[in-house]
Write a protein that binds this ligand. Structure first.
Ligand code: PRX
Length: 680
């Protein structure tokens, strides 16, 4: 029996809706060959993979001779303290995967020391601060000293290998220093996006059992001040086990509360430490970090990534997918609070000894040229952002792009949500000037690194398709109901992966059972990604969106159950149902339906209070764009809310509701359609 996850709580698999446009724009969509400047790179090195034949040869080797492929790549890209003799153990069926299990390495040594020893003046980070014109650099030599001093501070707190440290910081190089200092000692970091509220932070700190939190006084984004330390103080009221809070001074606002001896200033603590700390070798399978992500239920999951396999996945994908060569300047605009920031701001670029841009601001500050000015100023060669940003910037018009010199760019990437062909084409033609390869990379927090992606010098791209599997990733499309693998092309179903790959998550912190139930048991022998997908007649993969109760707002993954639980905390709320509504800029937006308890009156003040409740409990990223107070929700006779109907109504498909016979009161549908049409 396939997964209960496939059948949302209202008992309706959503695969049918996701396949509706499968055949329309797939095989016959426009294709884009690799651009001339990659194919014939005058004066530069050839792309790592420069034809489909080369891609296929490497891909086939990774599948047919995995030991040979992974031994070579793991030894080429990583430095091991103790070489591994065995590539992998375990299976998806058992959920006991391990990669390079007898190998030992240190992630911070791989990311910092190797390059600092070779050339300490090589630039590791270009830090573009919130206020434009304030860029600074951190060399590998400086990074080594900073990471070591901080590691010594953490050691002085009594932290030892395996302990967890929470990091709640703005997008500044010190956030990466904090991650690398943990890695140096074999500590497990858990970075919490600094847009999450105090209660979300508290939940994560407690679940991860962190005794130390690393933070900053305040953050700055688009000239707005974010009172980060105040949020930490609020969160820690319910986390008595936290003994130390290390505070980096970002803005220097003197009014920030400071509670000694718990709170320690970063600059004072590091000044007292020796700027060298020997790296602690760890097993390839020792955890490097936990990262919380939303699932189908309300409670976020602490996804566990390990040291060896994860680092290899981040480095290998970055090298091939963005075609990184010596001297390249790579810029990924994601926050380090998300997996994209982990893999492609910090670990991937540094493991390759590359230069990575840390961008603190927002794309529209001071105006919609910010990203493009960034590219011009730093001669960025590869740029990686989310479709939401691309769509939003496109609305501001081409002039903001055209006035900047983007000639340094070779590869431009997209991640986090499906990119519609229109936005893809604008990105390629206006930002890329027709000279760049566009890589639409599909992956997840759990996959650690790209799993479906074009390779810039090889793949004939189709706008909107993530194209083909990365090395070592064997994909399958399954029938959602029977679980049978759908062979051949022109098929739609749910996306699954047939064999373990090095950077896949190994477990959920403290809950291996949930790991198995979520990813491995739904279709035994497969990793179940939670997305619908199709394979067109040319074998290209098209991601169709989530098939569970996860929604993707501006590339941020949220569970509808989490938002519903926040709403229900308000004393006036009787019931709530949250669905994703299509949104031109953010892909999806949050639409909440709420019924009130007797005695409460529906009015705008109450609506504003409910929105505030969600922002306080989860954070601004979960703000409902639409909140509709209704008398009743659509339910089955047994009282289950039928979210399928709400999804259809908010998508403007109120005339395609299908079978309504399970509804206890079918007349409710017209009321809902009316309510939604006035609200949206
Ligand atoms: O639904 C897919 C979507 O984002 C989900 C993963 O979210 P998260 O773990 O937060 O990681 C985001 C960054 C890797 C996926 O299950 N997604 C991610 N990339 C794409 C995508 N959907 C379509 N196309 C993509 N390129």
């Amino acid at each position: 029996m396939p997964a209960s996850v496939l059948v949302p709580t209202d008992g309706t698999a959503s695969v049918a809706t996701m396949t509706s446009d499968t055949q329309d724009h797939t095989a016959k969509s426009a294709t884009y060959p690799p651009p001339e400047r990659l194919v014939n790179p005058e004066g530069r090195e050839k792309p790592w993979v420069s034809s489909m034949a080369e891609y296929e040869a490497l891909y086939n080797e990774s599948i047919q001779q995995p030991t040979k492929f992974w031994t070579r790549t793991a030894n080429e890209l990583l430095t091991w303290d103790k070489p591994f003799t065995h590539v992998s153990l375990g299976s998806l069926k058992e959920g006991n995967m391990a990669w390079f299990p007898d190998g030992q390495l240190n992630v911070s040594y791989n990311c910092v020391d190797r390059w600092a020893i070779q050339d300490p003046s090589r630039v590791a980070f270009i830090y573009e601060a919130d206020e434009p014109g304030n860029a600074t650099t951190v060399t590998y030599g400086q990074l080594l000293a900073q990471v070591c001093s901080l590691a010594n501070v953490l050691r002085s707190f009594g932290l030892r290998k395996g302990d967890t440290v929470a990091i709640y910081m703005p997008m500044i190089p010190e956030a990466a220093v904090a991650m690398l200092a943990c890695a140096r000692l074999g500590l497990v970091h858990t970075v919490v996006f600094a847009g999450f509220s105090a209660s979300s932070l508290a939940e994560r700190v407690a679940d991860a059992r962190s005794r130390v939190v690393i933070t900053a006084d305040e953050g700055l984004r688009g000239s707005r001040t974010i009172r980060i330390k105040a949020i930490v103080d609020e969160a820690l009221k319910s986390c008595p086990e936290v003994e130390r809070v290390l505070v980096f001074r970002r803005t220097g606002n003197e009014t920030v509360e400071f509670t000694a001896p718990r709170d320690v200033w970063w600059h004072e603590a590091v000044a007292a430490q020796r700027p060298y700390c020997p790296p602690v070798p760890v097993s390839a399978e020792d955890p490097l970090f936990l990262l919380y992500t939303s699932g189908s239920t309300g409670k976020p999951k602490g996804v566990v990534h390990t040291s060896g396999g994860y680092l290899l996945g981040a480095a290998l994908t970055l090298k091939y997918v963005f075609d990184i060569h010596d001297g390249d300047i790579f810029c990924c605009t994601a926050d380090i609070g998300w997996i994209t920031g982990h893999s492609y701001v910090v670990y991937g670029p540094l493991a390759l000894g590359s230069t990575s841009v840390v961008f603190e601001s927002v794309p529209t500050y001071p105006d919609a040229s910010r990203y493009w000015k960034l590219v011009e100023d730093h001669k960025i060669t590869q740029f990686y952002t989310a479709p939401t940003a691309i769509r939003a910037l496109r609305r501001h018009g081409d002039d903001f792009v055209n006035k900047c010199d983007l000639s340094s760019l070779r590869v431009i990437g997209s991640v986090g949500e499906p990119i519609n062909p229109d936005a893809w084409t604008w990105y390629s033609e206006v930002v890329g000037g027709g000279r760049c390869a566009v890589v639409d990379t599909y992956w997840q927090t759990e996959t650690g690194s790209h799993v479906i992606t074009p390779l810039p010098g090889a793949t004939l791209a189709k706008p909107g398709s993530a194209t083909f599997p990365f090395f070592g990733v064997e994909l399958a499309i399954l029938d959602p109901t029977t679980g049978a693998e759908l062979e051949g092309n022109d098929v739609s179903g749910v996306l699954a992966i047939k064999r373990p790959w090095p950077s896949m998550a190994r477990t959920i912190a403290g809950d291996h059972k949930r790991f198995l139930e979520t990813y491995l048991s739904p279709y035994p022998g497969y990793y179940f990604a939670g997305d619908g997908a199709s394979r067109d007649s040319d074998g290209y993969y098209w991601i169709r969106g989530r098939v569970d109760d996860v929604i993707n707002v501006a590339g941020h993954r949220l569970s509808t159950a989490e938002v519903e639980s926040a709403l229900i905390c308000h004393h006036a709320v009787a019931e709530s149902a949250v669905v994703g509504a299509p949104d031109e800029v953010s892909g999806q937006s949050i639409c909440a339906f709420v019924t009130l308890k007797d005695g409460f009156e529906a009015n705008d003040t109450l609506k504003a209070e409910l929105v505030k409740e969600v922002r306080t409990r989860i954070g601004p990223i979960a703000t409902p764009k639409t909140l509709i107070l209704v008398d009743e929700l659509p339910k089955t006779r047994s009282g289950k809310i039928i979210r399928r109907i709400l999804r259809k109504v908010v998508a403007g498909e109120g005339d395609q509701l299908g079978d309504l016979s399970t509804l206890s009161d079918p007349s409710i549908v017209d009321v809902l359609i009316r309510e939604v049409s006035t609200a949206i």
